[in-house]
Design a protein around this ligand. Structure first.
Ligand SMILES: Nc1ncnc2c1ncn2[C@@H]1O[C@H](COP(=O)(O)OP(=O)(O)OP(=O)(O)O)[C@@H](O)[C@H]1O
Ligand SMILES: [Mg+2]
Length: 255
């Protein structure tokens, strides 16, 4: 079961300039069921990326309890299941080609070499980078780099996908087609997804549930359920209404 359970998760960042620490997250409790698509929505600095870093095991200095697939994420445990992580920025290895970057990920999770070529070509086709497999990241636009990192995340066939504002750096047209692509893939694969955004419309378009955070220190302010059928349509007036409702709540009616 690729489920997630946060129980009173708090995070304090300590540094030389702030030895007393900065409270980034304050007692966040959240359960995400297997196969659910959840969006975390909140203003800049409210701790959204911090939640993903803790979930992924990259940050193990926290208070509270974090369980992924039933197992506690801690210093002395390895992650029980395969995770895909799309960061806010593409984070590609500059000395490797597009193909090489994805191969690196496949190797690190132990996918047999015999499967690499077909798998990589399939995912590059889907993100529209079929002709760019042999080029290096600096030869790609920012959007193409992010599409590479999305292909890389899916290629490892993760049970849980963590996505940190993956489309916020893309132009709106590309972002729209990437959201549609993501929903299409999700409908086929039904991975558990935790998707961070500060875009209310994007959250409504993608999610089953939208978790709205307060400004820092981040805690859960409200939850919305999106009951629209999938595949969703940008022109659907119900989507628009939902997005207006969430935006109104998030901005306190200032928009
Ligand atoms: N490595 C770090 N060291 C010290 N403070 C940090 C560190 N990473 C994040 N913070 C602080 O923790 C708070 C939450 O940061 P985080 O990156 O999780 O926010 P966010 O919600 O993802 O914001 P954004 O939407 O801008 O990406 C911020 O106030 C930030 O300054
Ligand atoms: Mg962030």
């Amino acid at each position: 079961m690729a489920d997630i359970a946060l129980q009173a998760l708090s995070k304090v960042y300590r540094s030389k300039v702030q030895p007393e620490g900065l409270l980034a997250l304050n007692r966040v409790s959240l359960a995400v069921a297997d196969h659910q698509f959840v969006c975390l929505l909140g203003p800049s600095g409210c701790g959204k990326s911090t939640v993903l870093n803790v979930l992924s095991g990259l940050d193990q200095e926290y208070d509270g309890e974090v369980r992924v697939a039933g197992a506690v994420v801690s210093h002395d445990s390895t992650h029980p299941i395969r995770l895909g992580y799309v960061f806010q920025e593409p984070r590609l290895l500059p000395w490797l080609t597009v193909r090489g970057n994805i191969e690196f990920a496949l190797e690190s999770v132990g996918i047999p070499k015999g499967q690499w070529r077909e798998r990589i070509n399939g995912w590059l086709d889907r993100v529209g980078l079929h002709d760019f497999a042999e080029v290096h990241p600096h030869e790609l636009s920012g959007g193409m780099q992010q599409r590479t990192s999305i292909a890389r995340a899916f290629a490892v066939d993760p049970e849980i996908l963590l996505m940190d504002e993956p489309f916020s750096g893309l132009d709106e047209l590309t972002a729209r087609s990437m959201r549609e692509l993501l929903l299409g893939i999700w409908l086929e694969t039904r991975k558990t997804v935790v998707f961070v955004t500060h875009n209310c419309f994007e959250a409504c378009f993608l999610a089953d549930r939208i978790i709205v955070f307060t400004p820092r220190p981040g805690s859960i302010k409200q939850e919305f359920t999106v009951e629209l059928d999938r595949p969703r349509n940008y022109e659907d007036p119900r989507l628009f209404d939902m997005s207006v409702k969430v935006t109104h709540f998030v901005t306190g009616g200032r928009e």
